[in-house]
Write a protein that binds this ligand. Structure first.
Ligand SMILES: Nc1ncnc2c1ncn2[C@@H]1O[C@H](COP(=O)(O)OP(=O)(O)OP(=O)(O)O)[C@@H](O)[C@H]1O
Length: 264
């Protein structure tokens, strides 16, 4: 019997430390189906490590994590992962379509070849990649590649989509396109999204909650609760001024227009 609940991620008393260095501790967090969570914080605060914990690649040093009621498992088809954009080596023989097929092959071997082709076509269409899916990966732009990486991450129809700074080095237009694809999927399939980013503005409207990591501490709540001068000054232990200007955040570390991280 399959028991389904509305809780997709459940963290209780979670701590991650490397040696003496505690990245975060006492983290209690429940994320429901279809929730979109932005994970923010300065370099080295533990954002990628947080994703690695969810991916089952890094063990908590204290506390518990359950994903859909079970301990995390590497390679679980429940999880889709979108990495940071990085260029592809010029001699890479793969085409766009092959990248998506890799996302399907690993989990659904035995799928008849006709079905596989149809599923790849559907995914290509879903991310608007029809025009370039047959080109070699090395000839694609950063924005085109990221669309294909979104499709690859969606191939197993995951309940949880983990995004590790997928907008990095994309122009504003492609940031919107890629963030929009993730958000559309969340809306259409009730997919839970954990979205690591340095820049909250492109996803400010999408985020239900923010997990902000800094100085071995964290803040977790709605953007309106977390992205305030009082909340972030408390987190950093020094004054931070956050302004809301035309629907954008200005001044906060974690918004594009900030003037640098405050010194602790
Ligand atoms: N396996 C490990 N062993 C020891 N230290 C580690 C390990 N993995 C990560 N760290 C350290 O933990 C800290 C957090 O790393 P992490 O990559 O999670 O940060 P981040 O917030 O994603 O940073 P960035 O914004 O620069 O990508 C860093 O100081 C890193 O060097």
């Amino acid at each position: 019997m399959t028991v389904t609940t509305d809780t997709v991620i459940s963290l209780s008393g979670a701590e991650l430390a490397f040696g003496d260095r505690i990245l975060w501790q006492g983290l209690d967090l429940e994320l429901g189906r279809g929730e979109f969570v932005a994970v923010l914080g300065p370099n080295g605060s533990g954002k990628t490590s947080f994703l690695r914990v969810l991916l089952g690649q890094q063990r908590l040093t204290a506390g518990t994590l359950l994903i859909e009621g079970r301990p995390p498992r590497r390679g679980s088809p429940l999880l889709g992962y979108i990495p940071q954009h990085r260029a592809v080596a010029p001699q890479t023989p793969l085409r766009g379509r092959d990248l998506i097929r890799l996302g399907l092959d690993g989990h659904r071997w035995g799928l008849p070849i006709g079905n596989l082709r149809r599923q790849v076509d559907e995914l290509v269409e879903a991310v608007g990649a029809t025009a370039f899916a047959d080109r070699p990966l090395a000839l694609l732009s950063g924005g085109e590649l990221q669309r294909l990486r979104v499709a690859q991450a969606l191939a197993t129809d995951p309940a949880l989509l983990l995004c590790d700074e997928p907008l990095l080095s994309l122009d504003l237009h492609h940031q919107k396109v890629v963030a929009g694809l993730v958000n559309d999927r969340r809306r259409s399939h009730d997919t839970t999204v954990v979205f690591v980013t340095h820049e909250i503005n492109p996803i400010l409207e999408m985020a239900d909650r923010v997990l902000y990591l800094a100085e071995g501490r964290f803040r977790f709540g709605t953007p309106a609760e977390v992205m305030t001068s009082a909340s972030l000054s408390g987190l950093y232990g020094s004054p931070v001024e956050v302004l809301h200007v035309n629907g954008r955040l200005v001044g906060a570390p974690g918004s594009h227009d900030h003037g640098g991280e405050p010194s602790a």
